[in-house]
Design a protein around this ligand. Structure first.
Ligand code: PLP
Length: 420
């Protein structure tokens, strides 16, 4: 759409490439920064200090910096003299990467696994490998951007279906034929959870392949953290599970779990796998040790889910609409971007740090502050978070947010407000 050579200004004069770029930068500076954010930056505020409650990172199991993982990484750095600065397509034999891939596959109960440089690369590469022009891909409207970008880069047809609306999925497949169904197990903006059994059942009934992105459930859900698909006994029905290992695994990698025989084909088809270099030995060692810790430390999962439950219930009691969240991701949906900027500032003034999500990560008028709960949050920190949310709600106009009005339309908040 934005083909440089076809771009023209209002007077129909062709722009030079430099003018075109300047115009786009100006649009960002003027339309968003100056006008919408009123000269302040929606993301940039105070930096967290030692006593701050940090809910920005997706290190859900509080594993980053774990001494066993750090040692494994250091040992690998010291031990390795062999250079693997190359594409993974050149790896063969029983390499440490291959061995770790087998461990991941066994753990999740899937036939094969492939490690990639990131969750983004995993999803894009996978969609390039399994779809293409003329292939319908049915994607939940809330699914992660990397799945959408994968469909686009494969040249496949995206057919979005309304979030978790299985009858809409059925109508879309009936209209366009069998293809690929894409969902996230846990949706990254507001923590809603996929109706996995119903989605997978419908996809299979209609002759489709299924991809489940488990970035926000691998390590945190299921038996020994093996994920939500495993936890719901759906492993045999799901064709592909992908994940970012930059969440509960606190690393810098991605994962695809796939049917038998798929990985050899993938390494000759998926462009991020072929044309970008592979993981380094110390990254593989760290992930291998992290997998030990994730499997072993059940208490981290228990603590995470207990903390998330307390925060969700506390926020709901305060009148915040957190109904969508069924997981460790909880969103305060302030709506307009300027309202989200004010919310972030008010929370930071109370020493609470969450992540701003705005366009293009959310629709324009549904920006939010995301709170990623973690296993090591103390009761003191939870108390501090809820107190801050109580103290700021009038100041930030919480009762007027459209998310709050949606909730009061269903009758719940009005009662709460009367009680409070
Ligand atoms: C659901 C989901 N899939 C994929 C990704 C991409 O992962 P990575 O950061 O490893 O590229 C993310 C990260 O934001 C995500 O939330």
């Amino acid at each position: 759409m934005n083909n440089l050579l076809q771009v023209e200004d209002d007077s129909r004069n062709a722009l030079t490439a430099r003018q075109y770029l300047d115009q786009r930068i100006d649009e960002f500076r003027v339309d968003r920064w100056q006008n919408e954010w009123r000269g302040q930056h929606i993301m940039r505020g105070r930096s967290p200090g030692a006593s701050s409650v940090r809910l920005i990172s997706n290190d859900y199991l509080s594993i980053a910096g774990h001494p066993e993982i750090v040692s494994a990484q250091i040992d690998a750095l010291k031990a390795t003299s062999e250079s693997v600065l190359m594409s993974g397509v050149f790896l063969h034999g029983q390499t440490p990467q291959k061995q770790l891939e087998c461990r991941f596959a066994d753990w999740a109960g899937m036939p094969e696994a492939i490690l990639s440089q990131s969750g983004y690369a995993a999803n894009v590469g996978l969609l390039q490998a399994i779809s293409g022009p003329g292939v319908p891909v049915y994607i939940d409207m809330h699914a992660h951007a990397s799945l959408w970008d994968g469909i686009q880069s494969a040249g496949a047809e995206a057919h979005p279906w309304r979030h978790n609306d299985i009858s809409h999925l059925r109508r879309q497949i009936t209209a366009h034929g069998p293809g690929v169904v894409c969902v996230d197990s846990v949706y990254s903006t507001n923590g809603s959870v996929c109706k996995l059994a119903e989605t997978v059942g419908m996809a299979k009934l209609m002759g489709c392949l299924v991809i489940v992105d488990e970035s926000h459930s691998l390590g945190t859900h299921g038996p020994s953290g093996a994920g939500m698909v495993a936890g719901q006994g759906l492993t045999g029905d799901v064709d592909f599970i992908t994940a970012s290992l930059a969440k509960a695994f606190a690393g810098r990698a991605g994962l695809i779990m796939c049917p038998v025989g798929f990985s050899d084909y993938f390494w000759f088809t998926a462009r991020p796998a072929i044309f970008s270099s592979c993981l380094l030995p110390h990254e593989i060692s760290a992930l291998d040790k992290t997998l030990d810790v994730v499997i072993r430390d059940e208490w981290r999962r228990e603590s995470l889910h207990k903390n998330a439950d307390i925060v969700r219930r506390g926020l709901a009691d305060l009148g915040y609409n957190v109904d969508a969240s069924k997981s460790q991701i909880i969103a305060l949906e302030s709506g307009l971007e300027y309202d989200t900027l004010c919310l972030r500032q008010a929370m930071e003034a109370n020493d609470i740090f969450g992540s701003v999500f705005c366009a293009p990560a959310t629709p324009k008028k549904r920006s939010l502050l995301r709170l990623s709960i973690n296993a090591s949050m103390s009761m003191n920190e939870i108390g501090k978070l809820l107190k801050a949310c109580e103290d700021v709600r009038d100041q930030v106009g919480m009762w007027e947010w459209s998310s709050t009005r949606r909730k009061s339309a269903s009758g719940q908040t009005t009662m709460l407000r009367t009680i409070c």
